[in-house]
Ligand binder design. Structure first.
Ligand SMILES: NC(=O)c1ccc[n+]([C@@H]2O[C@H](COP(=O)([O-])OP(=O)(O)OC[C@H]3O[C@@H](n4cnc5c(N)ncnc54)[C@H](OP(=O)(O)O)[C@@H]3O)[C@@H](O)[C@H]2O)c1
Length: 349
C-alpha cells in the first residue's frame, strides 16, 4: 500500500482523490486546502483528511482539519499536486524537493525555462516508459492530452506520409463546478498558446504541428478542429475512424450535435462528475478532401487527465508495465463500459 497526498481539492484534485481512493493499492492520506470554505467540509464528508499550510492553520479553526501539509508529507510516498497554475513549481521548491518526495504536476505548469517542474510532459499513449524512473513529472493539460491521444495512433499508422497538422483549439471558458467564475460574452484569442510546444515536447520540436487557440463562453468541453495533410491522397474517413476502435479514452460518435449532448449523456448515465474521461471524435464532421482529412473532436476538459494521472502514478510508484497499468486504470475508471455506452447511444443512424 502506498501513501498518496493530493495537494489541492479543486476541479482536478477532487476528481483525482475520489477515483484513486477506490484503488486498493493506494491510501489517500489526505487532501490539501488553502482557503477556509465549504469545500473543506465537503472533502471531510467525502472521507478525506484535510491538511492546510502551517502558516494558515489559524484561519481554519472552525473546521475539523487534520493538521498541516508540511507535517503530512513525512508519511507520503507521492504527491499529486493539483494546485492552480504556477503553484506546482513553488510547491516543488518549498515542499517536495526538500522532503525528497516524488510528485506529479498538472498541465498549468511548464517544463520550459526557470519555472520548469520536470523535464518531460506525460502522455500515457506516447511516452509511458520514459517516466518509469522519474521523481517529478508533469501531466499534460486537457488539450495537450487530447491531441496526443489523437495524433499518436495517426503517427503510428501513417508515419512519414503525414505532412502537416493544423489545429484550432476552441477552449471552454470555465468548468461546470466553477460556479463562481462567470462566462464573459466574447471570443478571446490566445496569442501564444502553450499547447503546440507542449505536444511537441513528446513528438519532437520539428513536428509539423501548428496550433492556434480561442476561448469561447461555454463550460461544455473543448473542441479541436484538426486538418491532417498527407503526402498523397488522404485515406477515407472510415479508415481514420477505425484507427480509434480499440483506443482507450477515445470514442467515435455520429449523432451528437453539440458538446453538451455528450456531457448530458454522461450525466444521465451517472458517470462520476458527469465526465466521460475521454475525447470524442464527431465522426459526422469528418471529411476527406484530396490530400487532407478534416476532423473535429471534443475533449472532456475536467475528466480526460484523471485516468492519465492514475497511469502516471502507477508508473512512478510501482514501475508497472504499460499493459498492466492500462488494464488497472481501465477497470478503475470503467473506460470500456463508458466507451461502449457512448458509441451505442451516439451510433450512426
Ligand atoms: N480544470 C480543468 O479543466 C483542468 C484540466 C486539466 C488540467 N488542469 C490543471 O490542473 C491544475 C489545477 O486546476 P483546477 O482547475 O483543479 O484548479 P482549481 O479548481 O482552481 O483548484 C485549485 C485547488 O488548489 C488549491 N490551492 C490553492 N493554492 C494552492 C497551493 N499553493 N498549493 C496547493 N494547492 C493550492 C485550491 O485550494 P483553495 O480552494 O482551498 O484555495 C484549490 O483546491 C492547474 O494546473 C490546471 O491548469 C485543469
Amino acid at each position: 500500500m502506498k501513501n498518496v497526498f493530493v495537494n489541492g481539492y479543486g476541479s482536478i484534485g477532487s476528481r483525482i482523490a475520489e477515483f484513486i481512493k477506490d484503488d486498493s493499492e493506494i491510501n489517500v492520506i489526505g487532501v490539501g486546502k488553502h482557503s477556509p470554505d465549504e469545500k473543506v467540509d465537503l472533502a471531510i464528508k467525502n472521507g478525506f483528511s484535510v491538511y492546510v499550510p502551517q502558516k494558515k492553520i489559524d484561519n481554519f479553526k472552525n473546521y475539523n482539519i487534520s493538521g498541516s501539509i508540511e507535517s503530512v508529507l513525512s508519511d507520503c510516498d507521492l504527491v499529486i499536486d493539483a494546485s492552480p497554475e504556477g503553484h506546482g513549481f513553488i510547491n516543488k521548491k518549498n515542499l517536495y524537493e526538500p522532503n525528497n518526495i516524488m510528485a506529479i504536476y498538472q498541465g498549468g505548469e511548464t517544463i520550459y525555462g526557470d519555472n520548469a517542474v520536470s523535464d518531460l510532459i506525460f502522455n500515457s499513449r506516447v511516452n509511458y516508459k520514459k517516466v518509469l524512473q522519474k521523481k517529478h513529472v508533469m501531466q499534460g493539460s486537457c488539450n495537450v492530452t487530447g491531441m496526443g491521444k489523437i495524433l499518436e495512433p495517426l503517427r503510428n499508422k501513417y508515419g512519414s506520409n503525414l505532412i502537416r497538422f493544423d489545429v484550432t483549439l476552441v477552449r471552454r471558458w470555465a468548468d461546470l463546478d466553477q460556479s463562481d467564475k462567470q462566462l464573459v460574452d466574447t471570443i478571446e484569442m490566445s496569442q501564444h498558446p502553450h499547447h503546440g510546444n507542449d505536444v511537441k515536447s513528446y513528438f519532437g520540436k520539428d513536428a509539423p504541428l501548428f496550433v492556434r487557440a480561442i476561448k469561447v463562453p461555454t463550460r461544455q468541453m473543448h473542441l479541436h478542429i484538426m486538418d491532417i495533410r498527407f503526402s498523397g491522397t488522404a485515406p477515407n474517413v472510415d479508415e481514420i475512424h477505425s484507427l480509434f476502435k480499440d483506443e482507450s479514452g477515445v470514442v467515435v460518435l455520429w449523432t451528437a450535435t453539440n458538446t453538451k449532448d455528450v456531457r448530458d449523456f454522461a450525466n444521465t448515465m451517472k458517470f462520476s462528475f458527469k465526465d466521460t474521461n475521454m475525447v470524442h471524435i464527431h465522426a459526422n464532421m469528418s471529411v476527406a478532401i484530396n490530400d487532407t482529412v478534416q476532423i473535429m473532436y471534443s475533449d472532456d476538459q475536467t475528466g480526460i487527465v484523471i485516468p492519465e494521472n492514475h497511469m502516471l502514478m502507477q508508473a512512478m510508484l510501482f514501475e508497472r508495465s504499460y499493459e498492466d497499468a492500462l488494464s488497472h486504470t481501465n477497470e478503475l475508471f470503467h473506460m470500456g463500459d463508458k466507451k461502449k455506452l457512448l458509441e451505442e447511444h451516439f451510433r450512426k443512424n
